[in-house]
Design a protein around this ligand. Sequence first.
Ligand code: R5P
Length: 301
Amino acid sequence: MKPIVIPGSNYRFESRRLAEYIDADFTDTLFKTFPDGESYVRVVDANKVRDRDVIIANTMFPNQNSSFVETLLIIDSIRRLGARRIVLFVPYLAYARQDKVFLEGEPVSIKVVLEAFRNAGSNYLITIDTHNPQALSYFGEGAYNVLVIDKLFENISGMVKNPIILAPDKGALHRARYLSEKYGFNSSYLEKRRDRVTGEVSYEAVDIDVTGRDVVIVDDIISTGGTIATASSILLEKGARRVYVLATHGLFIDNAIEKLRKSGIYKIVVANTVGFRVSDDIVSYVDVLENASQVIEEIIL
Ligand code: R5P
C-alpha cells in the first residue's frame, strides 16, 4: 500500500506537493480553534490510515506554539488510527536555538519539543537544516537533518565569482564547510557576540581579507535580520565586492527586510520551509521538498 501524507495547517500546500514527490496518497486534516483558543484536529479519511506508513508534514513557523500542539494532536490521532509507522516532517523546527542552558534558570527547549514528538508516537523525524544537528539526539534513533545550503547556492552560482563562504558565527561553520568542500571554495567564520539579555549582535574585528571578493554568508535562520545585516555591513566596509546570503529559514520578523536591504546585501536566498513567503525582489525562494523526499523515501521504501 502507498504511504499517505497528512498535512498540518502551516504546510498544506507543500504537503500536497510532497505527496507527489514520493508518490504517496494525500488526505486532508480539519483544523479549528475553539472560542477559548484550544486547537482541534481531525483526519478526514480516518479509514485510510490503518497499517500504512504515514508522513505528517507540518512546519513550526509562524505560530510556533500552536503548531507544536497541533502537530502533537495529529500524531496522537494517527497513532490511534493504527498507522504502521509515523514519519514526522518538520522542515522548520522551532525552539532549536535553545539547545542548552545559556543563563541559569533556563530550560533546554529543543529537548522538550523533540521528546514530546517521540512520546506522542513519531517513529522518525525529518527536519531541514536545524540550528544544531547534534540536538536531534534528544529525539533518539530515527532523526534526520537535511542540509540544503548547496541547493540554495545553485540559485546564485551563475552570479558569484570565486566567493568566500562565511558563517556569521562559529555554530554555523558546518554549513560553510559543507558548501566550500563541495565546490572547492574557501570558508571561514566571524566571531559573533550576542547579548543574551538584549539580543543585540556585535562582531569582533574581522581579520579576513575580503577586498574585491564576493562573499556568501550562510546561516540557518533569518529572524530579525540583525545577525546578517551587521555582518554584511562590516564586510562591505572592509571592501567586499558583493554580499550574498543563503539562509535556510526566512522568518523575516517585523522590518527585517528593510534592515537587510539597508545593509547593502545584494541577494538573499531562502528555502520553502515556513508557512508563508515574503514578496521582495531581494529575496528568492528555493524548493527543497525534493531533498526531504529523498530522505523520506529512504526511510519508508
Ligand atoms: C543564531 O545562532 C542563529 O543561527 C541565527 O544566526 C539567528 O537566529 C538569526 O537571528 P536574527 O536574524 O534575529 O539575528
